[in-house]
Ligand binder design. Sequence first.
Ligand code: DAH
Length: 370
Amino acid sequence: MLRFFTVPCLALNPNLILEIGSNNGCRFTKNETAMKEALEKVKREALEAIKTIADLARAKALKAQYLGRKGVVTALLRNISTLPPEERPEAGRLGNVVKQRLEEAFGKALHALETGLGEPRGEALDVTLPGRPLARGRTHPITQVARAICEIFERLGFAIVEGPDVELDYYNFEALNIPRDHPARDMQDTFYISDNVVLRTHTSPIQVRVMESQPPPVCIIAPGKAYRVDSDISHTPMFHQVEGLMVQENISFGDLKGILTTFVHQIFDEETSLRFRPSFFPFTEPSAEVDILCVICRGKGCRVCSRTGWLEVLGAGMVHPAVFEMVGYDTDRYTGFAFGMGIERIAMLKYGIEDIRKFYENDIKFLEQF
Ligand code: DAH
């Protein structure tokens, strides 16, 4: 008597129909195609099941379900003997291929779980493919320009020094000849930390700190951040300056002009001429504002230079004797010059940028250009 029976392991394999003989042994329909299909299907399901195994016990149980003495593959192989003689060789060959394939797959899975090494995935690794490029950062344009400025002055013999961003009122104002009630304090809208402590409004306090700490000769530049309560197309609350100071016997305004001319020719080019306009700073006398020939229109007059043909780039002058007295320098013996410039301003002119805020918006597309 024949009846249809679903093999017990086939929670995984509900569609695999085996024909069971009266002798109680499993066997296939005597049809080679059905045998092949059954083997293929068992193989596919077993391989799928192997992928989902997460622990050793489950792996062993699954292996027994397929390859054990009462396993489904074993049952299928056993049934080959019941096929007609001419169908047996091919069915046997196919059965062994499937069995081997599953033994290999279970072997790998068990090994991976036992060693914890993880089973190598099916994906092939092509070692000849180029690696994925790492996104490369770069220095901020302001840092680049600050470095370029420093390099020029270093070649001229200036040493680089730094000072604190959070500064005493004394260094930021008093020692620079800007007393408490002096109107010049209003020129720089100050962030106060407390009554006596400010965020420095310029890098000029570094001049004082350097002179306080050493006798002449002094030949330094001091790059750094400065802070003012100010924000528009040409001002940000935090910005950068470079301060310069040279003190020695016989330093003249001519030395100042020579140094600044060399600097401008190197940071822009030889055709960029300079002009010195009389100005006022409490810590220099005489004081000057230095303009350069407009780098955009070359003096013809354009929007950037407000039709004047000139661009203001820095403040400078001969160190005021009152400042020397504050630091105890002999005003009969020493003279010196000082200057201060905005790094953003130089960068904007160098690269033709009209809005200073671009530097601090962290827009990668903007920053990538430098
Ligand atoms: N500290 C000035 C400012 O921020 C710039 C300056 C002008 C610096 C003249 C100097 C100088 O050293 O001599 O506006």
